[in-house]
Design a protein around this ligand. Structure first.
Ligand SMILES: [Zn+2]
Length: 91
């Protein structure tokens, strides 16, 4: 029982720092002791490691969105001309 509560507290402590750990934001950097403690916990805790992996996957997926390229301007011009033509015919 005590071991379970200790584990829950460690996971709770870790969960509050995982985002900062992954962001590596210099403004909100973890203290070296916190970093060491978190990495030691992650090495032993499957649940918190799964949370880290989920965050990394989400970050990769969202990162792919920034690579979205605008459509070809020639295709946009053709589409606009077609719409203009349809509108003109309808009037
Ligand atoms: Zn944990």
């Amino acid at each position: 029982m005590i071991a379970t509560i200790r584990q829950m507290l460690r996971c709770h402590w870790s969960a509050r720092r995982i985002q900062r750990y992954l962001d590596a934001d210099p403004v909100a950097r973890l203290a070296p002791a916190e970093l060491r403690r978190l990495e030691e916990h992650l090495a032993r805790c499957e649940r918190c490691t799964a949370v880290v992996e989920e965050h990394r996957l989400l970050s990769r997926l969202l990162g792919g969105w920034t690579e979205f390229r605008a459509p070809d301007p020639r295709a946009v011009a053709r589409l606009r001309a077609t719409v203009d033509s349809l509108v003109a015919d309808a009037l």
